[in-house]
Every structure is written in C-alpha cells, then in structure tokens.
Design a protein around this ligand. Structure first.
Ligand code: DX5
Ligand code: ZN
Length: 221
C-alpha cells in the first residue's frame, strides 16, 4: 500500500478567503487539496471552475491539486484544468461519452487520471481501463454536497476495488470521498482506501491541525 494521503475538500473552505484557508490547511498537515467542480447539471450544485484553480497557483499554492469533475461534458474541462495547474483529474464515467478517450486525454495533458464511481454505480468500467488509471475514486455519498453521512455499503465496494487493484499489478491510488471523519477513517483504510477526502470534518473544525493529526493517529493504529 502507498502512504496515506489526506485531501481536504475546499468545498467546505472559507471561499471568501480561499488562498489563505488553503495555505493554512496545508500548513496544518494536509497532503494535497481536493477541488470539487460542480456544474448544476450533472450534480444539483454549482461551485468553481479552472480560473479558481489558476488563482490558487498564482497565490503560491504548490501542493498537488486533485480536481474532481462533477460536470458534463468533461473533455473541454480537462484541458482547462490541466492549463490551470491541476495535478490529477477525476471524472464520473456517466458524464463522459468516451471514457477511454477522456482518460487518455487527461494523461496526454500531463495530469494523473482517475475514474469516479457513485455509491450505486457498478464497477464494470474497470474491466477495460485499469491500464489507464492513476487513481480510482469511490464516492461514499451521493455527489453534490458536503456534510453528508458516509454510506456504509462503500466499505464492501472499497474491498472489491482494492482486490482488483492488487490483482492488476498497476500502481493505482484508491481514493474515498464523502463523510470521512476521525471516527470512521480507520475502518475506511482497513477496507483498502489510501487517499481520504474530507471537507466538513476539517474545515468546519476550529483547529484543522488537530483533526488532521487525529486522522493520522487513527490511520497509524
Ligand atoms: C461531494 C464532494 C465531496 C465533499 C466531501 O460531492 O465530492 O468532496 O465535499 O465533503 P464531506 O467531507 O463534508 O462529506
Ligand atoms: Zn469530491
């Protein structure tokens, strides 16, 4: 297994002071930033696009930025985000007309590529694209909003994906997104995840460092 990564979702950050808040959460021990792009079409909420990613880079954020596209169409956004400084780009299979092509496009634009599965989306796409994946993201809530509760069926799905990754021999991260908290992160890791997105658990807390330290302590148990 790869070292665990904690990725705060800026969906729950202070958007009026985004640069400062991102800088702060990184100083408090976050490994990277998770950037939720919502289009009020694929998901019923609207957030931010590539100019905001670019602004974070211009502000001086050098940590990896993990762009989670909950938007359709996907391909034009891939190019925009790659230019804006994204490190990795993940998208939902249902949102792309040509999944294989989109995965290739992400790598061709110099970013790590990942496919996202909603809680009830079957894993069958994985039969065909393991060689084109740098990461697999399992949603543990329905996408669109922060602050929802972790869906327990995700644990079994994580175990299935962990097995597929290990059997494939490819170097693929297994990311989980939604309802990740101090009190469930160890169980999620035991099921096979190695990258943890957490929005409200971190940004709604008064002390980001304490939450991240507590999460790492749980992961070390
Ligand atoms: C949901 C987003 C998540 C969300 C996680 O659609 O993809 O990244 O912000 O938020 P929490 O950790 O609050 O569930
Ligand atoms: Zn996300």
């Amino acid at each position: 297994m790869k070292p665990y990564l904690i990725a705060p979702s800026i969906l729950s950050a202070d958007l009026a002071r985004l640069g400062e808040d991102v800088e702060n959460v990184l100083k408090c021990g976050a490994d990277l930033i998770h950037f939720d792009v919502m289009d009020n079409h694929y998901v019923p909420n609207l957030t931010f696009g590539a100019p905001v990613c670019k602004a974070l880079r211009e502000y001086g954020i050098t940590a990896p930025i993990d762009v989670h596209l909950m938007a359709t169409p996907v391909d034009s956004l891939v190019q925009d985000f790659a230019k804006a400084g994204a490190t990795s780009i993940t998208f939902h299979g249902e949102a792309s007309l040509h999944i294989d092509r989109t995965l290739q496009l992400i790598r061709d634009n110099g970013c790590q590529a990942g496919l996202v599965f909603n809680p009830a989306t079957p894993l069958s796409y994985l039969d065909y694209v393991m060689d084109k994946l740098d990461m697999i993201l399992l949603m543990s809530v329905n996408p669109g909003f922060g602050g929802q509760s972790f869906i327990p069926a995700t644990l079994d799905k994580l175990r299935q994906v962990r097995q597929r990754i290990d059997d494939s021999g490819f170097d693929i991260r297994l990311e989980v997104d939604g309802g990740v908290k101090i009190n469930n992160i160890a169980q999620i890791a035991a099921a096979g995840a190695d990258m943890f997105v957490a929005g409200s658990a971190i940004f709604d807390a008064p002390d980001y460092k304490k939450v991240i330290d507590d999460m790492r302590a749980e992961l070390a148990k």
